[in-house]
Design a protein around this ligand. Structure first.
Ligand code: PDD
Length: 282
């Protein structure tokens, strides 16, 4: 089956989809994106993802390429045309095409690309867990904006893979863990406290993070939003990551040290089940 992409108002063959060489996303990473999971044909947490898209656009002082109803329609059309039941939708908005110059271009229209692809949840990985390494967080200071400038994330991910791990947790200058390269970082302390970074400028406020936070609160789990240090993570009872593509994935080793005896802990398992049920809700 040939894939279809939405590019600035047109549905075209994915292999032939192009943007101009002077698209500001290409030249300046002057753009933002969202990734939304598709589960059994429905979009998981679509509203919160589109709210975050609006927030990113606002922080970048970029105009919305279209209204929300039209955007929801286009996303569904891309899902339908690609026959995606389980997978992801990717949306990207850049400041448009204009002769290269740092200032905002006058009169350029925002450029919108939407793609969708099939992607089954990685149940094997969610069962077994992942190993992560810690690396310095060298990103800019507005990680709350979901920009397409992911160069530091790309370098960290590859460094983690080269070290034989699956991902990296990015650590600030004070030794505090911010987040993963494409996921939020969580630990369970010996006091059975569920800890993840507060949503300030140092992390992306993950939509999966927000859903898991709500689920944990509903169940009455002890939940705290605060930075945790690398040494606290190494001493944690449990650790896991949350994200649109990772759902709730256990972290079973940090910098080569097994966490929770090297297997997923009970709280992580409980949150996995709760999140899966949440993702299943139409
Ligand atoms: N990444 N932190 C970072 C740096 C991320 O890139 C992501 C998501 C998250 C988790 O956010 P959410 O729960 O809304 O997916 C946290 C997406 C999946 C990506 O870049 O592919």
């Amino acid at each position: 089956m040939s894939r279809i992409a939405y590019v600035n108002g047109r549905y075209i063959a994915h292999r032939a989809a192009r943007v101009h060489i002077e698209d500001r996303g290409y030249q300046f990473a002057d753009g933002i994106y969202e990734v939304v999971a598709v589960r059994r044909g429905h979009l998981v947490d679509e509203g919160p993802h589109l709210d975050r898209l609006d927030r990113s656009l606002g922080e970048m002082r970029m105009a919305a390429p279209m209204g929300r109803a039209a955007l929801r329609h286009a996303m569904r059309e891309v899902i339908r045309r690609n026959r995606v039941a389980d997978g992801i939708v990717y949306l990207q908005v850049t400041r448009g095409v204009a002769p290269r110059g740092h200032a905002f271009p006058k009169g350029a229209a925002p450029a919108l690309v939407i793609t969708a692809k099939r992607l089954a949840p990685n149940y094997a990985q969610m069962e077994k867990g992942i190993a992560i390494v810690t690396l310095p967080d060298i990103r800019w200071k507005r990680r709350d904006i979901k920009t397409v400038n992911l160069t530091a994330n790309v370098l960290a991910k590859q460094q983690a893979l080269d070290a034989g791990a699956y991902d990296a947790w990015l650590v600030d200058e004070a030794g505090m863990v911010n987040e993963g390269t494409a996921s939020n970082a969580w630990i369970v302390t010996r006091a059975k406290e569920l800890v993840t970074h507060a949503p300030d400028h140092s992390i992306l406020n993950g939509i999966t993070r927000l859903a898991v936070k709500r689920l944990a609160e509903t169940k009455g789990y002890r939940f705290v939003e605060r930075p945790f240090s690398k040494s606290e993570a190494l001493a944690a009872e449990e650790a896991f990551v949350t994200g649109t593509t990772s759902w709730v994935t256990p972290v079973v080793a940090i910098d080569g040290k097994p966490i929770g005896g090297g297997t997923a802990g009970p709280l992580t398992r409980a949150l996995q089940r709760l999140y899966e049920a949440h993702a299943d809700e139409p």
